[in-house]
Design a protein around this ligand. Structure first.
Ligand SMILES: Nc1nc2c(c(=O)[nH]1)N[C@H]1C(S)=C(S)[C@@H](COP(=O)(O)O)O[C@H]1N2
Ligand SMILES: [Mo]
Length: 412
């Protein structure tokens, strides 16, 4: 009996792996300088490709809650396709949200006239002006899985991010309709999921007033010209260009303007970085402590997308190194490329500029004359003079990973 049960269990496991998942060999992830490849974490060893309804197969990191990462090859395009855009949730009980039932409530002690909107009200251009903005949505913990030593959390590789053209209405226009009182301190954001009793607290975030009222902060209902995919926040989500995606509340249902620092779990206990370790300008003063601060804007970063670890070329062949670079919206100053493991650097050519919050494409061509191994690296510098690091800036949750990548290719 026990054996038979065990047998059926094993069989079920095999069937599930066979139908839903494909085992990938260890490719695609470049090594990080200074890391010992023998200590590589699960991210590099194997990844499961699996498709959520309406999505292409993505790299599955966790299923409850759904956390799916975009494979690097998709970043050869500046705009990440909706059906390949990464997915991140904190709670596993994600309700069905329909256009008919969905409502957005604007309330809080610092709002003069609370009101409710349905989707038709929100999207009617007679109510609020429509705006479009290209912006990178990147999880604070993107690349956490390549941290050595290992840190706890979703073991993301390079693809917990995406770039899209977002269309929606300005949060400040919606709040203006409700009237903001003088004592307003933070804007509290909640999506359609609710906390799981006694287990995981509801995913509620807040923003400082200046960032909520920024003209680039929008409630988006379209992504790359289409309604938002369910998994990316249908029917409407917050878009906070330049800030990490933790503030980009999906299926947004409640926006409250409050006069005290919001003290929920996801502000007080999570998404915090040590004070003074990163070159960050944007602050969230009402949530700071002496030792740490909420994560705010993204750090400057780049990704090599056209060549992969171990790729082979012939002597004399032209190698096209392409990639993307982004930051918190200061804009790209330059991207430098090395083909000798960081000994010498040359400027890459920057491609079309889709706006300061977008991925910026870049490219670099070189002739691989001599046989041997080439350490291809890319390093972005933004207009405020910040550049990527060579050494990991350690922090408890492994946020802000912008260590310069090294992809070893072989000429033989
Ligand atoms: N409703 C809701 N919105 C959310 C989250 C969530 O768990 N629930 N996670 C946030 C975090 S941390 C990230 S990284 C982004 C991911 O956006 P995506 O799933 O569209 O890629 O959603 C943000 N908005
Ligand atoms: Mo995130």
């Amino acid at each position: 009996m026990t054996n038979r049960r065990q047998f059926l269990k094993n069989l079920a496991g095999v069937a599930a792996a066979g139908s839903a998942g494909i085992l990938l060999p260890r490719t695609g992830f470049g090594s990080v300088p200074g890391d010992n490849p023998d200590l590589a974490s699960g991210t590099r060893e194997a990844s499961i490709l699996d498709a959520l309804p309406g999505k292409k197969p993505l790299i599955k990191r966790t299923f409850r809650a759904p956390c799916y990462e975009t494979p690097v090859s998709y970043f050869n395009e500046v705009f990440t396709p909706n059906d390949a855009f990464f997915v991140r949730y904190h709670l596993s009980n994600i309700p069905k949200v329909t256009a008919q039932d969905w409502k957005l409530r604007i309330a809080g002690e610092s709002i003069e006239k609370p009101f409710e909107l349905n989707l038709a009200d929100l999207t009617n251009p007679k109510n609020f002006e429509h705006v479009e903005i290209a912006a990178v949505c990147q999880c604070s913990g993107n690349r956490r899985g390549i941290n050595i030593p290992h840190v706890a959390g979703v073991e993301w590789g390079y693809g917990a991010m995406g770039n899209a053209m977002w269309k929606g209405v300005r949060l400040k226009d919606v709040l203006a309709k409700a009237g903001i009182k003088k004592d307003a301190l933070e804007v509290v954001l909640n999506g359609a999921e609710r906390g799981i009793l006694d287990k995981t607290p509801d995913f509620i975030k807040s923003l400082p007033m200046y960032r909520a009222l920024d003209e680039n902060t929008i409630i988006a209902f379209e992504m790359n010209g289409q309604p938002l995919p369910f998994w990316n926040g249908y029917p409407a989500r917050l878009v906070v260009p330049g800030w990490t995606a933790t503030y980009w509340t999906k299926h947004i249902t409640d926006i409250s303007v409050v006069n005290k620092p919001f003290d929920g779990f996801w502000m007080k206990m999570a998404y915090r970085i040590p004070q003074g370790k990163f070159p960050i300008v944007a602050r969230f003063i009402s949530q700071e402590t002496e030792v740490n601060t909420p994560i705010t804007e993204m750090v400057v970063n780049s990704l090599i997308t056209s060549v992969h670890e171990g790729e082979r070329f012939h002597p004399g062949q032209m190698v096209e190194v392409k990639g993307i670079a982004w930051d918190a919206g200061y804009g790209m100053q330059m991207v430098e490329v090395s083909t000798d493991g960081g000994r010498s650097w040359k400027d890459a050519e920057l491609g079309k500029d889709y706006g300061r919050f977008s991925f910026r494409p870049w490219s670099f061509r070189f002739k691989a004359e001599k046989k041997g191994s080439y350490g291809v690296m890319a390093k972005a510098t933004n207009r405020s003079g910040n550049t990527q690091t060579f050494e990991l800036i350690r922090n408890p949750a492994g946020y802000h990973h912008n260590v310069v990548q090294k992809v070893d290719i072989v000429v033989a």
